[in-house]
Write a protein that binds this ligand. Structure first.
Ligand SMILES: [Ca+2]
Length: 317
Protein backbone atom coordinates (compact mmCIF):
# COMPACT_ATOMS: atom_id res chain seq x y z
CA UNK A 1 0.00 0.00 0.00
CA UNK A 2 2.80 2.30 0.93
CA UNK A 3 4.60 2.09 -2.41
CA UNK A 4 1.31 2.31 -4.30
CA UNK A 5 0.60 5.67 -2.68
CA UNK A 6 4.15 6.98 -2.84
CA UNK A 7 4.76 6.46 -6.54
CA UNK A 8 1.70 8.35 -7.80
CA UNK A 9 2.37 11.05 -5.18
CA UNK A 10 5.93 11.43 -6.40
CA UNK A 11 4.82 11.40 -10.01
CA UNK A 12 2.13 13.95 -9.19
CA UNK A 13 4.63 16.18 -7.45
CA UNK A 14 6.95 15.93 -10.45
CA UNK A 15 4.12 16.80 -12.82
CA UNK A 16 3.22 19.85 -10.72
CA UNK A 17 6.88 20.93 -10.65
CA UNK A 18 7.21 20.40 -14.40
CA UNK A 19 4.03 22.32 -15.19
CA UNK A 20 5.08 25.17 -12.89
CA UNK A 21 8.45 25.22 -14.63
CA UNK A 22 6.84 25.22 -18.07
CA UNK A 23 4.31 27.91 -17.20
CA UNK A 24 7.09 30.03 -15.72
CA UNK A 25 9.07 29.64 -18.96
CA UNK A 26 6.03 30.34 -21.13
CA UNK A 27 5.00 33.26 -18.95
CA UNK A 28 8.43 34.73 -19.26
CA UNK A 29 8.41 34.27 -23.01
CA UNK A 30 5.03 35.97 -23.23
CA UNK A 31 6.32 38.91 -21.18
CA UNK A 32 9.01 39.71 -23.71
CA UNK A 33 7.23 38.87 -26.98
CA UNK A 34 6.76 41.89 -29.22
CA UNK A 35 10.15 43.11 -28.07
CA UNK A 36 11.06 46.32 -29.90
CA UNK A 37 13.79 45.90 -32.51
CA UNK A 38 16.14 48.79 -33.25
CA UNK A 39 15.75 49.94 -36.86
CA UNK A 40 17.88 53.04 -36.59
CA UNK A 41 19.68 55.18 -34.03
CA UNK A 42 19.51 58.88 -34.84
CA UNK A 43 22.30 60.84 -33.15
CA UNK A 44 23.40 64.44 -32.67
CA UNK A 45 20.41 65.62 -30.65
CA UNK A 46 21.00 68.05 -27.80
CA UNK A 47 19.27 66.54 -24.73
CA UNK A 48 16.17 65.41 -26.62
CA UNK A 49 13.03 65.24 -24.52
CA UNK A 50 9.93 64.77 -26.61
CA UNK A 51 8.97 63.51 -30.06
CA UNK A 52 5.66 63.78 -31.92
CA UNK A 53 4.65 62.67 -35.41
CA UNK A 54 2.83 65.00 -37.80
CA UNK A 55 0.98 62.66 -40.17
CA UNK A 56 -0.24 65.57 -42.34
CA UNK A 57 3.30 66.69 -43.15
CA UNK A 58 4.87 63.26 -42.71
CA UNK A 59 7.54 64.46 -40.31
CA UNK A 60 8.58 64.26 -36.67
CA UNK A 61 9.30 67.12 -34.26
CA UNK A 62 11.93 66.63 -31.57
CA UNK A 63 12.31 69.05 -28.65
CA UNK A 64 15.76 69.50 -27.16
CA UNK A 65 16.91 71.34 -24.05
CA UNK A 66 20.40 72.05 -25.47
CA UNK A 67 21.83 72.65 -21.98
CA UNK A 68 25.30 73.62 -23.21
CA UNK A 69 23.89 76.81 -24.63
CA UNK A 70 23.03 79.72 -22.33
CA UNK A 71 19.43 79.76 -21.11
CA UNK A 72 17.40 80.13 -24.28
CA UNK A 73 19.27 77.52 -26.33
CA UNK A 74 16.28 75.17 -26.52
CA UNK A 75 15.40 74.00 -30.02
CA UNK A 76 12.95 71.87 -31.98
CA UNK A 77 14.14 69.87 -34.99
CA UNK A 78 12.27 68.24 -37.83
CA UNK A 79 13.07 64.64 -38.75
CA UNK A 80 11.97 62.62 -41.78
CA UNK A 81 10.22 59.21 -41.49
CA UNK A 82 13.52 57.68 -42.66
CA UNK A 83 15.21 59.14 -39.60
CA UNK A 84 17.15 61.97 -41.23
CA UNK A 85 17.33 65.29 -39.38
CA UNK A 86 15.86 67.65 -42.00
CA UNK A 87 16.15 70.87 -39.97
CA UNK A 88 18.06 70.77 -36.69
CA UNK A 89 17.11 74.35 -35.77
CA UNK A 90 13.55 74.50 -37.08
CA UNK A 91 12.51 76.43 -33.94
CA UNK A 92 15.12 78.20 -31.82
CA UNK A 93 15.18 80.51 -28.80
CA UNK A 94 13.21 78.26 -26.45
CA UNK A 95 14.31 77.62 -22.87
CA UNK A 96 13.91 73.97 -21.87
CA UNK A 97 11.35 72.61 -24.34
CA UNK A 98 9.87 69.35 -23.11
CA UNK A 99 6.54 67.65 -23.93
CA UNK A 100 4.69 68.53 -27.13
CA UNK A 101 1.29 67.88 -28.68
CA UNK A 102 -0.22 68.60 -32.08
CA UNK A 103 -3.59 70.12 -32.80
CA UNK A 104 -4.52 71.07 -36.35
CA UNK A 105 -1.68 73.30 -37.61
CA UNK A 106 -0.42 74.09 -34.13
CA UNK A 107 2.28 72.50 -32.06
CA UNK A 108 2.02 73.09 -28.32
CA UNK A 109 5.22 72.87 -26.27
CA UNK A 110 5.81 72.90 -22.51
CA UNK A 111 8.81 75.21 -22.10
CA UNK A 112 9.81 75.85 -18.47
CA UNK A 113 7.26 78.50 -17.36
CA UNK A 114 5.50 78.91 -20.68
CA UNK A 115 3.13 76.96 -22.81
CA UNK A 116 4.28 77.76 -26.35
CA UNK A 117 2.05 77.65 -29.39
CA UNK A 118 3.91 77.15 -32.66
CA UNK A 119 2.35 77.91 -36.02
CA UNK A 120 3.61 74.90 -37.98
CA UNK A 121 2.93 76.38 -41.42
CA UNK A 122 4.90 79.55 -40.64
CA UNK A 123 7.49 77.62 -38.60
CA UNK A 124 7.32 80.27 -35.88
CA UNK A 125 6.30 80.75 -32.26
CA UNK A 126 2.81 82.26 -32.50
CA UNK A 127 1.90 82.63 -28.82
CA UNK A 128 3.37 82.21 -25.36
CA UNK A 129 1.17 81.54 -22.36
CA UNK A 130 3.09 82.37 -19.18
CA UNK A 131 2.17 80.23 -16.19
CA UNK A 132 2.87 82.18 -12.99
CA UNK A 133 4.15 79.98 -10.16
CA UNK A 134 4.96 77.00 -12.39
CA UNK A 135 8.23 75.16 -11.75
CA UNK A 136 8.58 72.48 -14.41
CA UNK A 137 6.00 72.41 -17.17
CA UNK A 138 6.50 68.95 -18.56
CA UNK A 139 4.01 67.32 -20.91
CA UNK A 140 1.14 68.47 -23.12
CA UNK A 141 -1.93 66.75 -24.55
CA UNK A 142 -4.84 68.20 -26.53
CA UNK A 143 -8.46 67.03 -26.37
CA UNK A 144 -10.63 66.72 -29.49
CA UNK A 145 -12.24 70.11 -28.75
CA UNK A 146 -8.84 71.85 -28.72
CA UNK A 147 -8.49 72.10 -24.93
CA UNK A 148 -4.79 71.89 -24.09
CA UNK A 149 -3.66 70.22 -20.84
CA UNK A 150 -0.16 70.81 -19.40
CA UNK A 151 1.43 69.03 -16.44
CA UNK A 152 3.63 70.82 -13.90
CA UNK A 153 5.58 68.04 -12.21
CA UNK A 154 7.06 69.90 -9.23
CA UNK A 155 3.86 71.71 -8.19
CA UNK A 156 1.51 68.71 -8.59
CA UNK A 157 -0.65 70.64 -10.99
CA UNK A 158 -2.34 70.22 -14.31
CA UNK A 159 -3.20 73.40 -16.13
CA UNK A 160 -5.48 73.85 -19.04
CA UNK A 161 -6.01 76.20 -21.94
CA UNK A 162 -9.56 76.29 -23.25
CA UNK A 163 -9.59 77.84 -26.75
CA UNK A 164 -10.18 81.57 -26.55
CA UNK A 165 -9.58 81.75 -22.79
CA UNK A 166 -6.61 82.38 -20.51
CA UNK A 167 -4.51 79.48 -19.26
CA UNK A 168 -5.74 78.33 -15.83
CA UNK A 169 -4.77 75.98 -13.01
CA UNK A 170 -7.17 73.09 -13.54
CA UNK A 171 -6.23 70.57 -10.83
CA UNK A 172 -3.78 71.06 -8.01
CA UNK A 173 -3.56 67.93 -5.86
CA UNK A 174 -0.82 65.94 -4.11
CA UNK A 175 -2.42 62.75 -5.40
CA UNK A 176 -1.13 63.70 -8.85
CA UNK A 177 2.16 62.38 -7.46
CA UNK A 178 4.57 64.43 -9.59
CA UNK A 179 2.60 64.37 -12.86
CA UNK A 180 4.83 63.92 -15.89
CA UNK A 181 3.44 62.27 -19.06
CA UNK A 182 -0.22 63.02 -19.84
CA UNK A 183 -2.61 61.67 -22.50
CA UNK A 184 -6.26 62.55 -22.96
CA UNK A 185 -8.87 60.07 -24.19
CA UNK A 186 -12.45 61.40 -24.22
CA UNK A 187 -13.41 62.18 -20.63
CA UNK A 188 -10.29 60.61 -19.16
CA UNK A 189 -6.87 62.13 -18.64
CA UNK A 190 -4.15 59.53 -17.97
CA UNK A 191 -1.09 60.59 -16.01
CA UNK A 192 2.29 58.85 -15.78
CA UNK A 193 3.59 60.15 -12.47
CA UNK A 194 7.21 60.59 -11.45
CA UNK A 195 6.67 59.83 -7.74
CA UNK A 196 6.37 61.72 -4.49
CA UNK A 197 8.67 64.75 -4.58
CA UNK A 198 9.46 66.15 -1.14
CA UNK A 199 11.83 68.96 -2.11
CA UNK A 200 10.51 71.05 -4.99
CA UNK A 201 13.78 71.22 -6.90
CA UNK A 202 15.97 69.07 -9.13
CA UNK A 203 17.55 67.25 -6.17
CA UNK A 204 14.09 66.43 -4.82
CA UNK A 205 13.03 65.30 -8.28
CA UNK A 206 15.82 62.72 -8.47
CA UNK A 207 15.10 61.50 -4.93
CA UNK A 208 11.35 61.00 -5.44
CA UNK A 209 9.91 58.19 -3.30
CA UNK A 210 7.67 56.25 -3.45
CA UNK A 211 7.95 55.88 -7.21
CA UNK A 212 5.28 56.95 -9.66
CA UNK A 213 2.20 55.19 -11.01
CA UNK A 214 -0.30 55.30 -13.83
CA UNK A 215 -3.15 57.55 -12.67
CA UNK A 216 -6.57 58.27 -14.13
CA UNK A 217 -8.42 61.59 -13.87
CA UNK A 218 -12.10 61.84 -14.68
CA UNK A 219 -12.23 65.15 -16.56
CA UNK A 220 -15.91 65.75 -15.73
CA UNK A 221 -15.67 65.54 -11.94
CA UNK A 222 -11.87 65.89 -11.57
CA UNK A 223 -11.67 62.70 -9.46
CA UNK A 224 -8.19 61.16 -9.31
CA UNK A 225 -7.59 57.41 -9.09
CA UNK A 226 -4.28 55.53 -9.16
CA UNK A 227 -4.48 52.58 -11.57
CA UNK A 228 -1.18 50.89 -10.67
CA UNK A 229 -1.47 48.83 -7.51
CA UNK A 230 2.25 49.18 -6.78
CA UNK A 231 4.71 52.00 -7.55
CA UNK A 232 6.18 51.49 -11.04
CA UNK A 233 9.05 53.93 -11.55
CA UNK A 234 10.08 57.50 -12.33
CA UNK A 235 7.60 57.59 -15.16
CA UNK A 236 8.06 60.06 -17.99
CA UNK A 237 6.64 59.33 -21.45
CA UNK A 238 3.07 58.09 -21.96
CA UNK A 239 1.69 57.09 -25.37
CA UNK A 240 -1.36 55.03 -26.36
CA UNK A 241 -0.64 51.98 -28.53
CA UNK A 242 -4.04 52.17 -30.29
CA UNK A 243 -5.03 48.76 -28.89
CA UNK A 244 -6.27 49.82 -25.46
CA UNK A 245 -2.82 49.89 -23.88
CA UNK A 246 -0.09 52.47 -23.46
CA UNK A 247 3.67 52.62 -23.56
CA UNK A 248 5.24 54.28 -20.54
CA UNK A 249 8.90 54.98 -19.92
CA UNK A 250 10.83 54.81 -16.67
CA UNK A 251 13.37 57.62 -17.05
CA UNK A 252 15.76 56.45 -14.39
CA UNK A 253 15.99 52.72 -15.13
CA UNK A 254 15.54 53.11 -18.90
CA UNK A 255 12.69 50.60 -18.92
CA UNK A 256 9.88 50.73 -21.46
CA UNK A 257 6.64 49.20 -20.20
CA UNK A 258 3.52 48.26 -22.13
CA UNK A 259 0.71 48.86 -19.66
CA UNK A 260 -2.98 48.07 -19.86
CA UNK A 261 -5.14 51.09 -19.13
CA UNK A 262 -6.31 49.39 -15.92
CA UNK A 263 -2.76 49.60 -14.57
CA UNK A 264 -1.62 46.02 -15.32
CA UNK A 265 1.89 45.89 -16.74
CA UNK A 266 1.81 43.58 -19.76
CA UNK A 267 5.44 43.75 -20.86
CA UNK A 268 8.65 45.37 -19.72
CA UNK A 269 11.67 45.99 -21.91
CA UNK A 270 15.11 46.98 -20.67
CA UNK A 271 16.19 49.51 -23.30
CA UNK A 272 19.87 49.13 -22.38
CA UNK A 273 19.67 45.44 -23.32
CA UNK A 274 17.77 46.18 -26.52
CA UNK A 275 20.34 48.79 -27.54
CA UNK A 276 23.31 46.80 -26.27
CA UNK A 277 24.51 49.69 -24.09
CA UNK A 278 25.43 49.90 -20.42
CA UNK A 279 22.69 52.31 -19.38
CA UNK A 280 19.51 53.72 -20.88
CA UNK A 281 19.04 56.26 -18.11
CA UNK A 282 17.20 59.30 -19.42
CA UNK A 283 14.66 57.38 -21.51
CA UNK A 284 12.10 60.11 -22.08
CA UNK A 285 9.26 60.31 -24.56
CA UNK A 286 7.60 57.86 -26.91
CA UNK A 287 5.65 58.26 -30.13
CA UNK A 288 3.68 55.45 -31.74
CA UNK A 289 3.62 55.50 -35.55
CA UNK A 290 0.52 53.43 -36.22
CA UNK A 291 0.87 52.76 -39.93
CA UNK A 292 4.39 51.46 -39.59
CA UNK A 293 4.13 49.49 -36.34
CA UNK A 294 6.96 51.59 -34.99
CA UNK A 295 7.68 53.47 -31.83
CA UNK A 296 10.30 56.19 -31.63
CA UNK A 297 11.81 57.04 -28.28
CA UNK A 298 14.02 59.93 -27.17
CA UNK A 299 17.00 59.32 -24.92
CA UNK A 300 18.03 62.42 -23.07
CA UNK A 301 21.01 60.65 -21.53
CA UNK A 302 22.91 59.96 -24.76
CA UNK A 303 21.42 62.48 -27.20
CA UNK A 304 19.77 59.94 -29.47
CA UNK A 305 16.38 59.01 -30.78
CA UNK A 306 15.68 55.35 -31.48
CA UNK A 307 13.48 54.15 -34.31
CA UNK A 308 12.06 50.83 -33.09
CA UNK A 309 9.90 48.28 -34.84
CA UNK A 310 7.17 46.65 -32.77
CA UNK A 311 5.46 44.87 -35.67
CA UNK A 312 5.66 41.28 -36.81
CA UNK A 313 7.71 42.11 -39.88
CA UNK A 314 10.73 43.29 -38.01
CA UNK A 315 13.85 43.99 -39.93
CA UNK A 316 16.83 45.24 -38.00
CA UNK A 317 19.35 47.43 -39.77
CA1 LIG B 1 8.11 64.31 -19.82
Amino acid sequence: MKSFLTVPKLAGAMMVTLSLFLSACLGQEDKTSGKPVVMKTISNFKEPDSVVFDAKRNQFYVSQANFKQPYGGGIISTVSPEGEITNLTWITGLNVPKGMALYQDKLYVADSNNLIEIDIVAGKVAKKYYVAGSLLLNDVTVADDGTVYVSDTLTNQILRLVPGKAIEAWISDENLDGPNGIEVDGDVLYVASWGEIKEKNMKGLLAAQPLGKLIKINIKDKSIRPLSKEPVGNLDGLEFDGKGNAYISDWKTGTLHLIKLDGTILKSFDMAKILGVESARGLADIVHVKDKEQIWVTMMGNGTMQMLSIGKKQEAK
